[in-house]
Ligand binder design. Structure first.
Ligand code: PMP
Length: 357
């Protein structure tokens, strides 16, 4: 991507420019003149790289040996099915519905288990989450599922959730945007195409004891334990996506790790929210406590202005600001790879646009 362009897409999303430069050379020669696009996942060179990338992620997130790190195909959506298939022992699972993605996860789970909806904030158009004291938690559920950051609605749960059941989390858009306490979770997952590189790869972190002997009635490709026993190489790995993820992990480490990412994401989003909140034209409806640090939806108070906003934004080098088709309006995704200059440019554009109305 050219230096003067900023990509606000929710995913596939911006990738650090230095990472893209590194990829360019390895497209030509990764191993003995062979491109990264043509080498085997079972080659010595790639296996070494895979190990290195895993170590890098373990360092970043402070993952200890009680946890398995899996590099799988199938996208985050595939996890919506694998989870209930693997862990439905009592046949009922808790789902906290805070936006489009957790809603979809609950809908997919219903093919395999009874779903107990703990709370569903669709009555607020997913602008708020009800207080935990009102949640309808099932005492014997197999697991509790939630989505840490709703990419479409821009709702983020910033605090740890304290629950008795095994805790499972969709971290597709938040993993590596801030430090997390891995030991709170039994399993979490993230599609790579937001903060970890490109589509085609899903990272799963799972407590080894939690996945042990689970889903024994399933075929191996659906079982976490089988993927773990085969070091995520039960079938052909998404070599290129894995390679990119490894470079992104190294880039995050070079930038100073997850605390640095968190500070930067918090600052970028604060700049944008502060501007939106004082403006008469723009509005973000999410309760401040749950506002996402990385996906910031906003609407325009004047009707039929969206298309003009988007066209002029593109002319200014600000791409992919259109909101999700189910929500409308705009959405700025300011993942790790979005520099603060991108957000400053966006705010300056929004000011100019507002002044012209
Ligand atoms: N969960 C969340 C929070 C997401 O943002 C997305 C993708 N935008 C998904 C799940 C689905 O991911 P995939 O398309 O990789 O299946």
């Amino acid at each position: 991507m050219s230096e003067n362009i900023f990509n606000f897409s929710a995913g596939p999303a911006a990738i650090p420019k230095s990472v893209i430069k590194k990829i360019t050379s390895k497209i030509i020669d990764f191993d003995n003149g062979m491109s990264i696009l043509e080498i085997s996942h079972r080659s010595k060179k790639f296996k070494e790289y895979a190990q290195r990338s895993q170590s890098s992620l373990r360092r970043l997130l402070n993952i200890d040996d009680n946890y398995e790190v899996l590099f799988l195909q199938g996208g985050a959506t595939h996890q919506f099915t694998m989870i209930p298939q693997n862990f439905s022992n009592n046949g009922i699972a808790d789902y906290l519905i805070t936006g489009g993605w957790s809603k979809k996860a609950a809908a997919y789970a219903q093919y395999h288990t009874r779903v107990n909806v703990v709370s569903d904030s669709s009555d607020t158009n997913f602008t708020n989450i009800s207080d935990k004291s009102t949640w309808n938690i099932f005492p014997d559920s197999d697991y509790f599922f939630y989505c840490a950051n709703e990419t479409v609605h821009g709702v983020e749960i910033h605090e740890d959730i304290d629950i008795n059941a095994p805790l499972i989390c969709d971290m597709s858009s938040t993993l590596c945007t801030r430090p997390i306490n891995i030991s709170n979770f039994d399993l979490l997952f993230a599609g790579a195409q937001k903060n970890l590189g490109i589509a085609g790869l899903t990272i799963v972190l799972a407590r080894k004891e939690f996945i042990k002997n689970q889903g024994t009635q399933l075929s191996p490709i659906m079982r976490y334990e089988d993927h773990s026993n085969d070091n995520s190489m039960l079938n052909t790995s998404p070599v290129f996506a894995w390679y990119v993820a490894g470079l992104v992990f190294e880039w995050i480490e070079e930038q100073g790790g997850l605390k640095k990412m968190a500070n930067s994401n918090k600052l970028k989003s604060k700049l944008l929210y502060d501007y939106i909140d004082q403006s008469d034209l723009y509005n973000n409806p999410i309760k401040p406590k749950y506002r996402s640090w990385i996906n910031i939806p906003f609407t325009l108070s004047i009707k039929n202005l969206d298309d003009e906003f988007l066209t002029l934004a593109e002319k200014s080098g600000l791409y992919n600001l259109k909101g999700h088709r189910t929500v409308g309006g705009m959405r700025a995704s300011v993942y790790n790879a979005m520099p603060i200059e991108g957000v400053e440019r966006l705010i300056s554009f929004m000011k100019d646009f507002e002044n012209r109305q």
